[in-house]
Design a protein around this ligand. Structure first.
Ligand SMILES: CC(C)(COP(=O)(O)OP(=O)(O)OC[C@H]1O[C@@H](n2cnc3c(N)ncnc32)[C@H](O)[C@@H]1OP(=O)(O)O)[C@@H](O)C(=O)NCCC(=O)NCCS
Length: 188
């Protein structure tokens, strides 16, 4: 039997947003067994479907589809959209106030934020992270952004490892609600 094809595209429909939300719910740290989260990775932020729909009108997510289902996503948010979500706006505020990249404060840089990355369990370990980020970088470079910034919980070693392999660089540490994060940057 041949392996079903995984194709990348930008999110554009309500069903895409629902598919992303389902994947997010299955990987929320607060609902996961800690020992599974330590091995598989986890997500922290919670985005409602309506917010995902609002985001995708301006800065669509990159999604991976297989047999009609969303099997992975990279959610993008610009500064304006980030300001509408508590956790994202705190993140951007902290990045602006403390992080630099190659000697330049990020405050002045036209960056796009990765609001979340997630891959369905059965699609992990298949080089989807670099594929998703290549598509993402091509998309947002063409829209005038020079880099992307995000945070990854230090406890999520799998994600930190995957990001490093996809050319993300650590530029600072942050603490939110007692949890330590790396601030990481992907130059386009
Ligand atoms: C994190 C995630 C996106 C990584 O994607 P992936 O396809 O699983 O990535 P890989 O399996 O290729 O793993 C990346 C690297 O980490 C290594 N790795 C796997 N498990 C690990 C672990 N528990 N700790 C440290 N490194 C680990 C892999 O060996 C691989 O390195 P290698 O290519 O040198 O062998 C995916 O696991 C996921 O979506 N997890 C749930 C949600 C999540 O954590 N999202 C990210 C939030 S910041």
């Amino acid at each position: 039997m041949s392996t079903p094809e995984v194709t990348l595209q930008l999110s554009s429909t309500y069903e895409h947003a629902v598919g992303m939300k389902e994947l997010q719910n299955a990987n929320l740290r607060r609902l996961m067994d800690p020992s599974v989260a330590a091995i598989e990775g986890f997500v922290t932020a919670e985005y409602e479907v309506d917010f995902l729909v609002e985001l995708q009108k301006v800065t669509p997510a990159v999604i991976a589809m297989c047999e009609g289902k969303v099997v992975a996503y990279v959610i993008a948010a610009d500064r304006e959209a980030s300001a509408k979500h508590g956790l994202l706006s705190d993140m951007v505020e902290q990045i602006d106030s403390r992080a630099s990249f190659r000697g330049k404060p990020l405050r002045g840089e036209p960056f796009i934020v990765v609001a979340q990355l997630c891959i369905a369990k059965e699609f992990r370990g298949q080089r989807l992270v670099p594929r998703l980020y290549q598509y993402y970088a091509d998309t947002y470079k063409a829209r005038g952004f020079s880099m992307s910034v995000t945070t990854v919980a230090k406890a999520n070693e799998r994600s930190l490892h995957a990001h490093k392999k996809a050319n993300w660089e650590t530029v600072a540490d942050l603490e939110f609600n007692g949890v330590m994060f790396d601030v990481i940057v992907l130059p386009f």
